[in-house]
Design a protein around this ligand. Structure first.
Ligand code: HEM
Length: 206
């Protein structure tokens, strides 16, 4: 992958990841967020947080599939940080527009509404990952410990999916697509790791 193509792909990724936010800002300014603006903002930010998290999880399996795709690693951190950006906007909308900064509402929600508990858990798992996403943090923690910590991303995605299912009305199947995507990624990982190990063993033997 040459430098020019990489820069072009990175620019496209930035544009794609920022476009849901830009659209929300545009709709807010033009007063076209629909009959329930709070819900529109919460649903858009929540969906994009989970989508980008799952897309970031797709990078490793693709790299394991072919060594020629190793350049994709440069996009994993970007997608992960955009997932955190949307999750933070999502939480900020909840705190400001749903809760009205009333801690009492949060206390009731976190103890009584199971989908809020799952969302809170997902967000709590994303915080240490975002905080240790810098090259400095990788060096400070050491590759092994950093990798172990970053396995939390799978649990964050699972909690996000549970949060999504528990949030929709019974019979609504909108979370199915992202659930299948996550399931495929989780199932593919051990298989691809095994293939990679065999490939390495064969290379050593040769
Ligand atoms: C403390 C943390 C969180 C709180 C309080 C929270 C709250 C909410 C609320 C109130 C809704 C429903 C909005 C409505 O019906 O109008 C919602 C939906 C949603 N949230 Fe969260 N959430 C949290 C964390 C997260 C995280 C970390 C993710 C993703 C990784 C996420 C993904 C979603 C998704 C996918 C939806 C449904 C979107 C749709 O139906 O299109 N949430 N959340």
């Amino acid at each position: 992958m040459n430098r020019k193509t990489l820069i072009a792909l990175k620019t496209l990724t930035w544009i794609a990841c920022l476009s849901p936010f830009a659209l929300l800002v545009y709709e807010a300014v033009t007063n076209t967020l629909g009959p329930d603006p709070t819900s529109t903002i919460t649903l858009t930010t929540g969906y994009n947080a989970l989508l980008m998290l799952i897309l970031s999880l797709g990078i490793t399996p693709l790299r394991l599939l072919s060594p020629r795709l190793s350049w994709l690693i440069r996009f994993r951190r970007l997608l992960g940080l955009f997932a955190f950006f949307y999750a933070s906007l999502h939480l900020a909308t909840y705190i400001a527009l749903y809760m009205n900064f009333d801690l009492g509402v949060f206390k009731t929600d976190i103890t009584k509404r199971r989908f809020i508990i799952a969302g809170f858990l997902a967000y709590s798992l994303l915080v240490p990952l975002a905080a240790t996403s810098t090259t400095w943090a990788i060096r400070k923690l050491g590759g092994k410990r950093w990798n172990r910590l970053h396995k939390l991303v799978y649990f964050a995605a699972i909690c996000g999916i549970i949060h999504y299912w528990w949030q929709v009305k019974p019979g609504v199947l909108s979370p199915m697509r992202l659930t299948i995507a996550l399931f495929v990624l989780l199932a593919a990982r051990p298989v691809l790791l095994l293939i990679q190990k065999r490939r390495a063993r064969r290379a050593v033997a040769a």
